[in-house]
Write a protein that binds this ligand. Sequence first.
Ligand code: G3H
Ligand code: ZN
Length: 277
Amino acid sequence: PLVSTSDIVIPAADEGIGCGAFNAVALEHVSAIIAGAEAVRTPVILQVSHNAVRHHGALGPIGAALVAAARAARVPVAVHLDHAESAELVREAVALGFSSVMFDASVLDYADNVLATRAVVEHCRAHRVWVEAELGEVGGKDGAHAPWVRTDPEEAEAFVTETGVDCLAVAVGTSHAMDTRDARLDLGLIAALRARAGVPLVLHGSSGVADDHLIEAVRHGMTKINIATRLNQVFTEGVRERLAERPAEVDPRKYLGAGRERLTAEVSRLLSLLSTR
Ligand code: G3H
Ligand code: ZN
């Protein structure tokens, strides 16, 4: 069933485990992410980014598909809009029945980030939609890796109080779109942020983090773990291998199916890993 994001994130934060938030690009991702979660009977957050919406040309069709797939799932599924850069897109997601949104005004300076985020929180709260925001820009969204950026715990506390956000994305050493898993996280900072922020923390760019380090991040207080690039890697490997084996194949159901199988297995694996205490 479709659930609210708080139903997944709050119990996970209380228990000290992580919850997987996986980005869908195509419908094959949607079915794979849900099948992977069902296989290990674990709740999951299914998300679509503003960038993926740009790829599709609109939120409507892909967003409605996410919501429908979540409703039909045999495990709790929250549907989340990731890295929304416009309040207009947030409103569309709310109207479609999304569980939560991430409003990303992290490029703005502190005061403008607070103002823009607070307005989004007011709208979403009225519709019981959860809001995530980002403080301290996690690099890599535009190809520029900036693994040295850090969120200040005191500023995080003030930001949460001033905006009313329900969870907070922080910069602790990751970068988006890494294709190697060697990011070094600042575990002490994660613990300090967890103590000060007062809301669950979100790790972006988690594809660049090795399994054992992900577990440490969760142990130190990370809860929502966003993973996109890693899924695209395994999906594409599956497609590439299939087409290399059968170069004459033209039916997308066959080669996309091969990618989907890999993706399902990786989602199950990651969800089991994240629920390790
Ligand atoms: O918002 C999405 C995540 O931060 C994914 O980052 O592609 O590096 O795993 P990633
Ligand atoms: Zn992100």
